[in-house]
Design a protein around this ligand. Structure first.
Ligand SMILES: [Zn+2]
Ligand SMILES: [Zn+2]
Length: 786
């Protein structure tokens, strides 16, 4: 038994009381949710499961599977495509390994001849390695291997000719297995299962790419007579069956009823107070989430509570650990040594030393970047602090899942950053705890993504009109453009790739359009990473502070002709955020709904935008140190947007004065951009907005929110479908904010190219009231066609 079990010092809810009752911390705790312990519900092993596979799981301590594992395994065994969407540590692997390994074991021919095969896809190499270790630990006679960029030629040949269970990633499928499918014909022709693990990672433009890689896989398998069953595993998201259908193109059944056990979980929502200094235009500013987290970490360590604090950057993590240690030194000189910081990239022995120190109690508090997520085993903590919402509910529960594994109690504290999303979440706990509203979204119809994959598919096997059934309704149109552009040739038997190049090289599935900008270290010439062309102006301009895998860098120069940003390691003590000016024109409305006299639309737009300056903010703290102008060219972007209009007569009837309209629309736009990530799995930097009291294309007041990627990423479309809830949350955030005239928690935006001017807080609420009064009931907005 783990020694930590005896060490949980006090009930978690009491612990929160102590943290919140420290003098000066009145009103910081906005909500405490205590989730009761959940008892496990088990089911019998299915009768079809291979005896040695069941025996292997039993030997590893699984006496009886949980009900959701069996439900998903039964569906998969029956040939039904299934997505299992349950919490962290709910044993999703067993649900697909049971049918997959059983099939491999029961179909193997005489003298070890390969029978059924299984393909497992993970978003990262590290996860595939973890799976490999897990399957090997079962000790079964199954020929399993990974196939990734690190595999040598011998290993690849063995995988192709002998392996029954291959663990790989979408990148390898795209570049290696599918283009070389003739060599893989025997493996692909015997494919019984395709496992798509952690499928909520496939979102935005990356999600659209992977959806076509999977369609190409289905097409190739079918050509060899194989129709594999797809089993997807996902964190809890809204409508997992919808995302799984978009990803695979297949009808997928969802299993979502988590039957795994859990101890009591207390989630505290925490809002730092306003500071004494003012922000832009004199706005009140809240204390930095990292400073607040350092205080809480010190308190928990002093209480002997094993705590992990998640901070965005390595620099931030070091700062949190140092501040906490300094606070502890005032209490007891022996305590500071019990706090440390952790970052990704440690050597295995360094990682083990930290793991051991935590396990033995030598270390009680650890501040880490999110890079910790991979490759370190420190489950069994008592508490997790999060300095800011980690972006998605899935990520929040994953981080929280680090505490209280198994039946132990756990405490999580979400400390809000000073932005609309965090502020909304800590004041509206139902958004985190109720039915998920955040869906994994992407748009397989994006022609910038579909085109290159059609070329790749044509090189694999020439395309025919019948392939539109696999690649979607816009296939023939895009094929026409590709033929006109000389990439494909139309012949009587279909479309052919006749180029000498590898067609798969046209699609860089991890990039979101355009040639990526390389980040090159000044002193060594080493390439540290890449930034998408679309976001390079905003994040890699000269003077930008760039956080890459938790490390802080300073950009010296950005060369747009060479697509190179020269960077150096630096700790300037501030962060930067770029500001841009945007213009937009409507190309076509794809979908629209009349909301009384108002209208909500989704469609294609042309955006011209220009990064014009950047702000420097002191870290920690967040005070604005100054703004510097930039000289970057204007760029244009063809993408998708959601927009809404309120006509002049409705505005006049609602009592909104013409002079207030620009500020009201601008404030509503900013806050709605801040909140869209709650409904679509995006980052506020993935989307942009434009608002105007009179737009030439609509002839009236219009607010646009657009996808910042060529062809669209699905975020604006999700905004259209969730508009009732999204805009109601926007209104609520503005209305309930404690400031008087607007602040970063509601209507001020760090990327505004107009210095957050004009902004009208009351006007925005009045405007959204007019719009929402005419809007559909929430329920019908959700049911609208997708
Ligand atoms: Zn405010
Ligand atoms: Zn603005």
């Amino acid at each position: 038994m783990d020694s930590a079990l005896a060490r949980v010092p006090v009930p978690v809810a009491d612990l929160v009381d102590r943290l919140a009752s420290v003098p000066g911390r009145e009103d910081r705790l906005t909500h405490l949710e205590v989730l009761p312990p959940r008892t496990a519900r088990t089911a019998d092993w299915p009768a079809w499961a291979a005896a040695d596979v069941v025996a292997a799981f039993t030997a590893r301590g699984v006496r009886q599977p949980w009900a959701h594992q069996v439900a998903a395994a039964e569906a998969a065994h029956a040939g039904e495509h299934v997505v299992l969407s349950t919490g962290t540590a709910s044993g999703k692997s067993l649900a697909y390994q049971l049918p997959a390994l059983s099939q491999v074991r029961t179909t193997r021919g005489p003298r070890g001849r390969r029978g059924a095969t299984v393909l497992y896809l993970a978003p990262t190499k590290a996860l595939a390695q973890d799976q490999l270790a897990g399957i090997r630990a079962l000790g079964l006679d199954v020929r399993v291997t990974t196939h990734d960029g690190d595999s040598g030629r011998d290993q690849r040949d063995w995988a192709r000719d002998h392996a029954e269970y291959v663990l790989t990633n979408p990148d390898m499928l795209h570049r290696s297995l599918l283009p070389g499918h003739q060599r893989w014909a025997q493996f692909l022709g015997s494919l019984a299962y395709v496992v798509v693990d952690e499928c909520h990672h496939y979102r935005g433009v990356f999600g659209a790419h992977v959806s076509h890689v999977l369609r190409r896989l289905r097409r190739i398998c079918a050509s060899y007579g194989a129709y594999p069953t797809f089993v997807l595993a996902s964190a809890t998201v809204a409508e997992p069956e919808v995302a799984a259908h978009r990803l695979t193109g297949l009808d997928v059944r969802a299993v979502t009823d988590d039957a795994s056990p859990r101890g009591q979980v207390a989630l505290a929502l925490w809002e730092p107070s306003f500071t004494t200094y003012g922000g832009e235009n004199g706005a009140p500013v809240r204390r930095a989430a990292s400073s607040e987290t350092a205080d809480l970490l010190a308190d928990l360590v002093a209480e002997n509570v094993r705590t992990l604090a998640f901070v965005r950057s390595r620099r931030g993590a070091e700062q949190v650990a140092m501040t906490a240690a300094a606070l502890l030194a005032e209490v007891d000189p022996s305590l500071p040594g019990r706090v440390a910081s952790y970052r990704g990239g440690y050597l295995p022995e360094e990682r083990r030393a930290i793991e051991d120190a935590l396990r033995s109690g030598e270390l009680t508090g650890l501040a880490a970047t999110n890079a910790l997520e991979l490759g370190i085993d420190i489950s069994g903590l008592d508490a997790v602090l999060m300095a800011g919402f980690p972006g998605t509910r899935a990520a929040l529960w994953q981080q929280l899942g680090r505490a209280g594994r198994g039946a132990r109690d756990a405490l999580g504290v979400l400390v809000a950053r000073d932005d609309p999303l965090d502020t909304y979440l800590v004041t509206h706990p139902e958004a985190l705890l109720g039915r998920p509203v955040e869906a994994s979204v992407f748009d397989p119809a994006n022609p910038y993504v579909l085109g290159p994959h059609l070329c790749a598919a044509a090189q694999e096997i020439p395309l025919t009109e019948a392939d539109a059934a696999i690649f979607g309704p816009s296939t023939l149109e895009v094929l026409g453009h590709l033929t006109d552009g000389g990439l494909l040739r139309r012949r009587p038997r279909g479309w052919f790739w006749t180029d000498r190049r590898r067609a798969c090289d046209l699609a860089d599935i991890r990039s979101t359009g355009g040639s990526p900008v390389q980040l090159v270290e000044d002193s060594t010439g080493r390439v540290i990473g890449t930034v998408d062309a679309a976001s390079s102006h905003g994040s890699a301009h000269a003077g930008a502070v760039y956080v890459h895998r938790g490390e802080t860098w300073l950009v010296r120069s950005l060369d747009l002709d060479e697509n190179v940003a020269v960077i150096e390691r630096g700790d300037p003590g501030y962060s930067t955020s770029a500001r841009e000016l945007t213009d937009i024109s409507i190309l076509s409305e794809r979908r629209g709904q009349d909301w009384g006299g108002c209208r909500l639309s989704f469609g294609d737009v042309d955006v011209s935008h220009q990064v014009v300056s950047f702000l420097r903010r002191r870290q920690p703290g967040g005070e604005v140190l100054g703004e510097e102008l930039l000289d970057l060219p204007e760029r244009s972007l063809r993408t998708c947007a959601v927009w809404w209009t309120v006509p002049a007569d409705v505005l006049a009837e609602g009592g909104l004065a013409a002079a207030d309209l620009p500020g009201a629309a601008h404030a509503a736009e900013h806050c709605s951009i801040g909140l869209l990530p709650l409904f679509a799995t995006c980052d506020r930097w993935d989307i942009g907005g434009v608002s105007t009291a009179l737009h030439p294309d609509t002839g009236t007041l219009t607010v646009f929110v657009y996808d910042g990627h060529p062809g669209g990423a699905g975020f604006a479309e999700r905004g259209f479908h969730a508009a009732g809830e999204w805009l109601a949350a926007t209104r609520e955030t503005i209305r309930s904010c404690a400031c008087d005239e607007g602040c970063p928690s509601c209507i001020q935006s760090p990327k505004c190219g107009n210095q957050n001017n004009p902004l009208d807080k009351d006007g925005a609420v009045a405007l959204l009231d007019l719009l929402l009064a005419a809007g559909p009931a929430r329920a019908s907005a959700e049911r609208s066609p997708r």
